[in-house]
Ligand binder design. Structure first.
Ligand SMILES: [Zn+2]
Length: 469
């Protein structure tokens, strides 16, 4: 195997949109998806000379939470710098970012037994969106939408501690999970990663702006093979920047990699230096929510789950919350876990679906768990009702089992249920006696509900007529 002797070093730079109402340095709103192009702009985010940026405190708060969750040292004194370059998506000709002192310094993320070092995490503005009407490289002109210009980003940079494309993908999934627990991510946005990769101590190649964790893995896998082949041909890998083409699953050269010096960073004189007081920092520390690692420990202890099951549940913020909501309604943790981690996730895997792509109702799962607890449904039918729920007509598992007569007919005392329903509805009894036949259906409905649909309707009607007089 060629890879066994190839030493691979991968470092990631991840960009995430912070969930603030206004942009990083102006009061323009951030709801760019629902807005007309170029409608959410002002002199500040358009980079007009003389306009004065003012730092958004919410972005600092969210960024600090990210730093703390990634075990970073928070730099309480920091400032912003201008990264100068010419490009139409950056009308001021510089990006306001952090260079010399980032908001968050060195930290780490645990990946199983391994610690991936975080070099830094800093705040910066997003550039405008360039729109190529006929597709990249196919258009005679490019449109620019400045709505995105100035949106608050956090950039998280790792050391090149990752050694395989799989590990890089796992890191991205783990990081996204931590960020989702923190509730700092702008909804309906995705993480974007720049992947730096070198083999056998050679030069670093950067693959820019990859969306999707599977794509990051594919791009890295391709790039390792490409670099191995180049080296075999006696070529030297030059330091440069590439782009990943999803359609061809290849990477293509973009430009020679700029060095940090090329950007001519300077302190932004329009912005003041920031000092986070101890009091402010302590307030944020005390408002930190439960993170995946803590939740796993709690789930094992509180719900008597295996470590494996707790990890699976807590690998998704929404899934872990769903589990807990159902259990708090009074369902068995063991059975709820089985339904969610075995049945549910295996259907998702089978159909290549994400948790967010399906609609799961806590009551539907609770009802199913209750049926299993009272031994009213076989394993086979549990599976069948869940498959229908996720990928079929979406009927709740309970309704599905009832409609298709798949519930086990546990020995029910129909006589006493019939009598109790008649006794509880004296008016319906009178109406029936006075010739209103329809009330019989009403009473039968009550009985069917009480027997959870496992009684025969003909038999119920017969019994009703017998007992009502
Ligand atoms: Zn603005």
């Amino acid at each position: 195997m060629e890879n066994e002797e190839t030493k691979v070093m991968i470092g990631l730079e991840i960009h995430a949109y912070l969930d603030t109402k206004s942009k990083l340095f102006c009061s323009c709103p951030t709801n760019v998806n629902e807005s007309k192009p170029n409608s959410l702009c002002c002199p500040v985010c358009l980079g007009h000379p003389g306009s004065k940026p003012v730092l958004n405190e919410k972005a600092v708060e969210l960024g600090t939470k990210v730093g703390l969750a990634l075990n970073c040292k928070i730099n309480q004194d920091f400032f912003f710098s201008r990264k100068t370059y010419f490009y139409p998506d950056m009308s001021a000709n510089y990006q306001i970012t952090q260079y010399e002192i980032p908001l968050a310094g060195k930290g780490f993320v645990e990946l199983g037994d391994k610690k991936i070092t975080i070099r830094r995490a800093h705040l910066e503005i997003d550039p405008a969106a360039l729109i190529h009407p006929s597709g990249m490289g196919q258009s005679n002109y490019v449109l620019i939408d400045y709505n995105r210009s100035g949106l608050p980003l956090i950039e998280i940079v790792t050391e090149p501690d990752l050694t395989t494309p799989d590990e890089a993908r796992e890191f991205l999934i783990t990081l996204e999970n931590i960020l989702s627990y923190l509730l700092v991510l702008k909804p309906e946005t995705t993480l974007k990663a720049d992947c730096n990769i070198s083999i056998n101590g050679g030069n670093r190649v950067e693959i820019k702006n990859i969306s999707g964790f599977a794509n990051a893995k594919k791009a890295l896998t391709y790039e390792i093979k490409r670099q191995i082949n180049e080296t075999k041909l006696g070529k030297t890998i030059e330091q440069h920047t590439r782009a990943y083409n999803q359609e061809t699953n290849t990477t293509i050269p973009l430009r020679k990699k700029e060095t940090e010096e090329d950007y001519g960073y300077i302190f932004d004189p329009d912005l003041v230096k920031v000092n986070l007081t101890d009091e402010y920092l302590n307030k944020i520390k005390s408002s930190m929510p439960e993170l995946p690692k803590e939740k796993i420990v709690r789930f094992i202890k509180e719900y008597n789950l295996s470590e494996y099951d707790a990890k699976v549940l807590c690998s998704d913020f929404e899934l872990s919350n769903l589990f807990e909501t159902i259990v708090k309604k009074g369902a068995s943790p063991k059975i709820t876990n089985q339904i969610l981690t075995r049945e549910f996730l295996s259907i998702l895997n089978h159909d290549s679906l994400n948790f967010n792509q399906v609609k799961i109702n806590e009551t539907d799962i609770f009802d199913l768990v209750k049926l299993i607890e009272s031994e009213k449904v076989s394993d086979k039918n549990v599976k069948e009702s869940m498959i229908n729920y996720i990928s079929g007509d979406k009927t709740s598992p309970k309704s599905y089992l009832e409609k298709n007569n798949l519930l086990v007919d546990t020995t029910i005392d129909l006589d006493s249920i019939v009598i109790s329903v008649i006794d509880a509805n004296p008016k319906a009894k009178e109406d029936y006696k006075n010739g209103n036949e329809k009330t019989l259906n009403f009473l039968a409905g009550q009985i069917m509900r009480q027997t959870k649909g496992s009684a025969q309707i003909d038999k119920v009607l017969e019994k009703l007529k017998e007992k009502i007089n």
